[in-house]
Design a protein around this ligand. Structure first.
Ligand code: SAM
Ligand code: SF4
Ligand code: F3S
Length: 480
């Protein structure tokens, strides 16, 4: 029987991605006898990983399905960043458990950060899970599936110092054909004291620059117009080629993040380039000047600060002070005057006082972020903070501070939208507006969503839009 469905089910439960809608499913004719269903949670890196997993499974005879009941293999790509992220996955697994009882041949696998954090414990806690596979072990999935098919429990949570999946062309299953994520590195060496990522993703390693360029060229050839280069700390990207025999064994110059950005920007002037995430300690003037130099590198930087108190920043092991961060923001605004700026903030970290909290608010007042992702502190087992400090700010205080921060931020983001009314922006069209089919939406250089009445323009085209009004999250305008 001809199989028709090829899709990826994506549910993003990191707050920053919640509620994000995805494009209609691509329907392809596929020859697959077996099918997998995958749900992804957490950050963009997890979503990019699910596309690598899809490629590995597809080349091993599994086609994707969006119909859970039709799947031979159900995978959930998990996140451990906060307790709530893990609770969401556990809840979902209880639903899969019911399904598995009705269909005992179905395999259930847990991938990603929660798999890495809990390892074999997952199998004890969630009896009906058959596979537990960490972020660096996806190449072994086909063998693990075979093992699981014979009734054994299959686990591979080995972390690697080299794995970057550089040679695997991701299968863009849930794509709108306009934007794509491109992983440029994996892991993180920073050891921020609150963060579980260094434990779930392992040591930082940069992907072969040539394979990144090849992936981006391929995307352009397939009609994509925007790439987002992904890493937990993109500014520390650093790749050195082995001696090239075809060039007489000569070493090519090392590729820094600034050089990589430039190489990607030079692929095609119509390809927009974005990146995430920047660590304030690592973003260099060279990167800022490269952004300023190339029109197609978007003027938008996500620069998480986490706290406005130097004392708390030190306990968080962020390695910069409030003053140092402010100087970095000033430098960004000097070199790229119209740069969009966003951040991540945590309220109620261990020992945080009202005064520390006020410092976070005053830092936000100074930076006036266009976008902010705010969380209350969630202690993660095994992290430096969990081992060293007491989680001593009561939950209601953490939440009250978070609410105060959100209220302040809302004023800033609205002001940021209002200041764009009357301006004209070059907008890359991403599709039909979800609220009104007679309208299209896209994003401007600064990452703001722009909605305008549909004319003859199509998805993937650039159009100049004059902004006439705004809501808290959207600019509204007309084609100029
Ligand atoms: N690598 C990025 C950085 O350095 O900012 C982001 C990493 S993390 C995936 C995204 C955000 O989650 C962090 O910036 C932080 O604000 C938040 N986060 C991480 N651990 C947390 C925790 N234990 N409790 C609350 N929020 C946390
Ligand atoms: Fe976590 Fe810090 Fe690494 Fe970001 S830089 S992933 S917050 S340890
Ligand atoms: Fe979550 Fe892992 Fe990303 S913990 S935020 S999915 S790196």
């Amino acid at each position: 029987m001809m199989e028709l469905l090829q899709t990826l089910n994506t549910k993003q439960h990191d707050e920053r991605r919640q509620g994000e809608a995805f494009s209609p499913n691509t329907v392809l004719e596929t020859p697959f006898k077996k099918h997998f269903y995958i749900e992804s949670y957490g950050c963009a890196m997890n979503f990019a990983d699910s596309e690598v997993v899809a490629a590995i499974l597809q080349s091993n005879g599994f086609g994707a399905t969006k119909i859970l009941e039709e799947a031979d293999l159900v995978l959930v790509n998990t996140c451990s960043i906060r307790e709530k992220a893990e609770a969401t996955v556990r809840k979902r697994l209880t639903e899969f458990r019911k399904l598995k009882k009705a269909n005992p041949g179905m395999l259930v696998g847990v991938l990603g950060c929660m798999a890495e954090r809990l390892k074999e414990k997952f199998l004890q806690e969630e009896k009906l899970v058959d596979l537990v596979v960490g972020p660096d072990a996806y190449r072994t999935l086909p063998g693990l599936i075979q093992e699981a098919e014979t009734g054994q429990k299959a686990v591979n949570v080995l972390l690697s110092r080299e794995e970057t999946y550089a040679d695997i062309a991701p299968v863009r299953l849930n794509s709108n054909g306009v934007n794509a994520f491109v992983s440029i590195m994996r892991g993180c060496n920073n050891m921020c004291s609150f963060c579980v990522v260094p434990f779930t993703r392992g040591r930082e390693r940069s992907r072969d620059a040539n394979s990144i360029i090849e992936e981006c060229v391929d995307l352009v050839n397939n009609g994509y117009k925007e790439v987002t280069l992904l890493g937990q700390n993109v500014d520390s990207y650093y790749w050195t080629a082995s001696p090239n025999p075809s060039k007489g064994g000569i070493y090519e110059a090392p590729v820094t993040f600034a050089k990589l950005l430039e190489r990607v920007a030079l692929i095609n002037p119509l390809l927009r380039v974005r990146f995430s995430t920047s660590h304030p300690k690592d973003i260099t003037d060279e990167v800022l000047f490269t952004i300023a130099k190339y029109d197609n590198i978007c003027n938008y930087i996500h620069l998480p600060v986490q706290s406005g108190s130097s004392r708390v920043l030190q306990m968080m092991n962020r390695t910069y002070t409030r003053e140092w961060y402010i100087a970095k923001v000033n430098r960004i605004r000097e070199i790229i005057p119209d740069c969009g700026l966003s951040t991540d903030m945590i309220t109620g970290f261990c020992t945080e006082t009202e005064e520390d909290h006020q410092q976070s608010l005053s830092l936000m007042e100074y930076c006036k972020y266009d976008l902010a992702y705010m969380y209350f502190y969630s202690e993660r087992p095994g992290t430096l903070a969990a081992r060293r400090f007491k989680d001593d700010v009561p939950e209601e205080v953490k939440k009250r501070r978070l609410q105060e921060m959100i209220d302040l931020y809302r004023g800033h983001s609205l002001a940021s939208m209002q200041k764009d009314v009357g301006k004209t922006f070059n907008v890359l069209i991403e599709g039909a507006s979800k609220k009104n089919a007679d309208q299209l939406y896209g994003r401007n250089d600064q990452n703001k969503v722009v909605v305008f009445p549909k004319g003859t323009q199509k998805k993937g085209e650039y159009v100049f839009i004059k902004v006439s009004a705004c809501t808290a999250g959207t600019l509204l305008g007309e084609v100029e």
